[in-house]
Design a protein around this ligand. Structure first.
Ligand SMILES: [Zn+2]
Length: 98
């Protein structure tokens, strides 16, 4: 029997005031408690408006950028995909029509 501490990172950040829940992991479906706890932490975040969907895929992310203007989940995957598409669009638009 394994015990998992839910919100351990939050507990470390919040100190003793934020101990997190302890979940008894006996079934794979018990992991849903961990996921649910993470989701409630995220949605109760004071800056919940920073949660947005990536413009290139289905992933939702928490925007940690200073300006709060991040548009994609990952620069390596979605950011690169959008930048390549924008480059190709600019290149196509600048070519003279035949
Ligand atoms: Zn993405």
């Amino acid at each position: 029997m394994e015990m998992a501490r839910v919100g351990e990172a939050a507990a470390q950040a919040g100190g003793a005031d934020c101990p997190g829940a302890v979940v008894d992991l006996e079934q794979p479906t018990d992991l849903s408690a961990l996921i649910f706890d993470g989701a409630t932490d995220l949605l109760s975040e004071p800056e919940a408006y920073r949660i947005r969907q990536c413009e290139a895929c289905v992933v939702h992310f928490f925007d940690t950028s200073r300006k709060g203007s991040r548009r994609w989940c990952s620069m390596n995957i979605s950011g690169n995909k959008l930048k390549v598409a924008a480059y190709q669009r600019r290149k196509r638009d600048s070519e003279p029509a035949r």
